[in-house]
Design a protein around this ligand. Sequence first.
Ligand code: PL4
Length: 404
Amino acid sequence: MVKRNPNMSKLQAGYLFPEINRIKNALLEKNPDAKVISLGIGNTTEPLTPHITEALKNAAAGLGTSEGYSGYGAEQGMKELREKIANVFYKGMVSGDEVFVSDGAKCDIGRLQVMFGSDVSVAIQDPSYPVYVDGSVILGATGNYNNENKNFDNIVYMKCSPENNFFPDLESLPRTDLIYFCSPNNPTGAVAPKAQLKKLVEFAKKNNSIIIFDSAYSQYIKDPELPRSIFEIPGAKEAAIEVSSFSKPIGFTGVRLGWTVVPNELKFEDGALVRNDWNRIMTTLFNGASNIVQKGGLAALDDNGLKEMDSTIKFYMENASIIKESLDSLGFKTYGGVNAPYIWTLFKGRDSWEVFTEILEKCHVVTTPGEGFGPAGQGFIRFSAFGHRENVLEAVKRLKEKLA
Ligand code: PL4
């Protein structure tokens, strides 16, 4: 018999999102006629826009011709796309050779965890996207689970709550090798302004830590004063890696396309370039993003594509306003939903799994319980703005009827 990886048994529950689906399916088994609406998983719902669809179609058709056919491509992605990402999203703050195109931010986070290995200490925002903790547990970088404080021994939880404006008190934190930071944040919807990111970069540099900055929702930032990338902060290229994605801005959740920026300036303690190790990881464990999909990504970054991206984001952010205003009108305290597609809602004094179950059973609306994102999520529910408009309107109608 093969010995089970002992780290797997340290995972505290099933992965959050399949767990939520399981609970929803259990309700449907009991009540097959229930018209369940999902404001739970942040999964895009609207069709791909015409210009981007056309580019995907043309790329697929091209593969059926001798001139248009291509096999394996560069593991790092098409040069043209890497340069376009550097110029359009980063306005030249990074160069194309620092951009590594991939099949999505989640997959890159997993591969980054492989690159850093098990002998690293990590700090994670609490609450946060579960992959940072669960992936670190699988790699064995976390120690044992402590049932009393619901924390792993070797993970530093950076509490992010309304009391600290969703930004941790860095001076009170111990040094860690890695610092995961997500802005706009999933699940709180908070966006760190430049002054906060400046403090974060200074903290990382003082401690010789590396920030893994997740900007999967950066295109949802409307406020021009708010930074869309960690690289807007001077000196960040010596302290940070950024993972990001086409999933949420253009609906590529199922199509799959993302990227990671590893700056040439970023070094390990022995002086080796992090970029070179990332290149080794990508060439070894990844075979390049789909050539069809990369053409779709290129189309998304030309003038027509960017207009379509704006309209997609505008649509979901209108959903966010509808949900936020409805919850506010019911007297709940809400956060986020202005520069991010998540509305983080306080149900004071309540258990978040209990509230999740109550909303599901009374309203047939799926949400995500805050505790699923970490201990500091207790008492909160995350509402996602991804959904068809008629479903969002119906969901808020039910919330107003049943939770008032
Ligand atoms: C459900 C902060 C959603 N099965 O699509 P990707 O891989 O480029 O990006 C995934 C991702 C990366 N970083 C952050 C994210 O919030 C997400 C997507 N998160 C959510 O509801 O929290 C989808 C979750 C999916 C998953 O596990 O990622």
